[in-house]
Write a protein that binds this ligand. Structure first.
Ligand SMILES: Cc1cc2nc3c(=O)[nH]c(=O)nc-3n(C[C@H](O)[C@H](O)[C@H](O)COP(=O)(O)O)c2cc1C
Length: 258
């Protein structure tokens, strides 16, 4: 058989494919634990950023020391001790037949269809007192599901920070939800009025700062009305009666038990 025969070319190509696939698989398996570790660090960083507590010069784990992770049962509004918080994954729990909850269509403002009955929440504690509560939220934008964290002060209504860490909206349009100038406006906004009614909304244009409702309103995004509407809707879902509200009402009344 000549060196350039079809048989030899095919054999070399086949062996090359086998070797490459072994190398890629080995790399994927070998690096999996490091990937998981990096994902966890990234999540902690996003939580710290939403809380306005992130300092790039310090290690994420060190800064996360003052944050307690807990699991909340949204059905009862109570903390649940049934899970290992460090490995809990609310996206996987949403798909699970036991912990998944099919959101009735009339309530599904965030357009996510299902969510986990249990959610991981994060408590910023200072001298054993709850200072901030950080809640994961997600919902549909125009093109994608947008995942973020919102941080509330210990009145459980005033926003400290709100940021998305994953979405597929168009850069320059819906992607402007990542623009620091747009994100900054959230600090000081209120979710509920004094009577406990859910008031937060994202407007189509800019907020009139002199209007009575300005504290409950956020500016929309020019050219990205659909993404901005999605942001308002997901907030109204997650902070409403089918989301965290019963938990927040209970927490306000009863405080955090250790
Ligand atoms: C390529 C392309 C990407 C777009 N991406 C977004 C987007 O990420 N978010 C969004 O709300 N609108 C996006 N739009 C615009 C929407 O189609 C729609 O026109 C817009 O949301 C209306 O907003 P406006 O009333 O502020 O103009 C995109 C449009 C095009 C052509």
């Amino acid at each position: 058989m000549s060196r350039d025969s079809i048989g030899k070319v095919l054999t070399v190509a086949f062996l090359l494919c086998v070797i490459c696939s072994i190398l890629v698989s080995a790399a994927a398996v070998g690096l999996r634990s490091r990937q998981e570790q990096n994902k966890l660090v990234e999540k902690k960083k996003n939580i710290l950023q939403a809380a306005g507590q992130y300092d790039a010069s310090l290690s994420v784990d060190e800064q996360f020391n003052k944050i307690q992770s807990r699991i909340v049962d949204l059905q009862t509004g109570e903390f649940s001790g049934d899970f290992v918080v460090s490995t809990f994954d609310s996206r996987a729990a949403a798909r699970d037949s036991e912990s998944g909850y099919a959101i009735p269509a009339v309530l599904d403002l965030a357009a996510i269809k299902v969510r986990s009955r249990y959610m991981d929440v994060y408590l910023v504690m200072v001298d054993d007192k709850l200072q901030q509560l950080i809640l994961p939220v997600h919902g549909k934008g125009l093109w994608s599901t947008m995942y973020g964290f919102i941080s509330l002060a210990n009145d459980f209504s005033t926003v400290i920070g709100f940021a998305f860490y994953e979405h597929g909206e168009t850069p320059g349009l819906g992607g402007e939800i990542d623009n620091p100038a747009w994100k900054k406006q959230w600090a000081g906004k209120r979710i509920y009025d004094e009577a406990g009614n859910l008031r937060i909304e994202v407007l189509k244009g800019a907020v009139n700062k002199d209007s009575a409702g300005a504290v409950y309103q956020a500016d929309g995004l020019a050219g990205a009305t659909l993404t901005a509407r999605g942001v308002g809707n997901l907030l109204r879902y997650w902070l409403g009666d089918d989301g965290y509200k019963p938990f927040l009402v209970k927490l306000k009344k009863e405080g955090v038990n250790p």
